[in-house]
Design a protein around this ligand. Structure first.
Ligand SMILES: [Zn+2]
Length: 247
């Protein structure tokens, strides 16, 4: 099975004027790492299905900020029991629904930033039987009449060619890996599901997704760029029929 990343075609002028401020209900702070001396956080490992509303002192997770490493570790310990198995939790990881203000006219498939996939519910319904995604309602503030959008939670799977060659920081896990330019991105390991997060900021989808949504992607001015490369020679395990991810 071939895999693709989805990106906006950059049509000028676009018929779609939709835009939103990126906000999320809860977020782990960014860090100042004592080992690699980098201040960083954010960029893709978000879990909209994870609900921190019952967590004591959840206010600690409401303001994006930068904290010393030790404080980050204590905050992370409090949320780890709530995250799904296999989740990667980093500085800046977000939880809960997307918030903030949305305005303008959105297409049926929205990719403002490549690590976040939003769709209207009718498009999500066309993905029935496919695996690796969980739709979660967004909580944008918007004028009445704006297209209803849900976000897809997409969990880690597969890997990007070249990423493994970079040794992560022994404390914070950050690596110096820089994504190759668009069009040169390749998978070294293909996912076992139809939607997967193969890197913090890289969501890949299977050819089945691209086939199902051909019309919607076209209408949304979104193109699918093949990232399979030589990874097809890796052992691609197909999930058993009906193995839809339930939450
Ligand atoms: Zn570090």
């Amino acid at each position: 099975m071939r895999y693709y990343t989805l990106t906006q075609r950059g049509v000028e002028p676009s018929r779609w004027t939709g835009a939103y401020d990126l906000g999320r209900e809860w977020v782990l702070p960014g860090v100042e790492c004592p080992t690699c001396k980098t201040a960083w956080g954010g960029g893709g490992y978000d879990y909209p299905t994870v609900d921190l509303s019952e967590l004591p002192q959840r206010r600690d997770f409401e303001q994006p900020r930068c904290v010393p490493w030790d404080q980050f570790v204590r905050l992370r310990e409090r949320v780890l029991p709530l995250v799904p198995p296999g989740a990667i939790v980093k500085p800046g990881t977000g939880f809960g629904a997307l918030t903030g203000r949305a305005r303008g006219k959105f297409p049926p498939v929205v990719i403002h930033v490549p690590w976040m996939l939003l769709m209207e519910p009718a498009v999500v319904a066309r993905l029935k039987g496919l695996t690796g995604f969980i739709p979660v309602a967004t909580r944008f503030k918007a004028r009445p009449g704006m297209r209803d959008l849900v976000e897809l939670e997409v969990r880690p799977g597969g890997s990007i060619s070249g990423a493994a060659a970079h040794e992560p920081c022994s404390t914070c896990g950050r690596t110096g890996f820089v994504l190759p330019p668009f069009g040169q991105l390749r998978l070294s390991e293909v996912p076992t599901v139809d939607f997967a997060r193969s890197g913090a900021s890289v969501v890949v989808v299977s050819e089945r997704v691209v086939e199902r949504l051909e019309r919607e992607l076209e209408e949304s001015e979104v193109v699918a760029v093949d990232v399979t490369g030589g990874a097809l020679t890796a052992r691609a395990v197909r999930p058993p029929a009906g193995a839809t991810h339930h939450h």
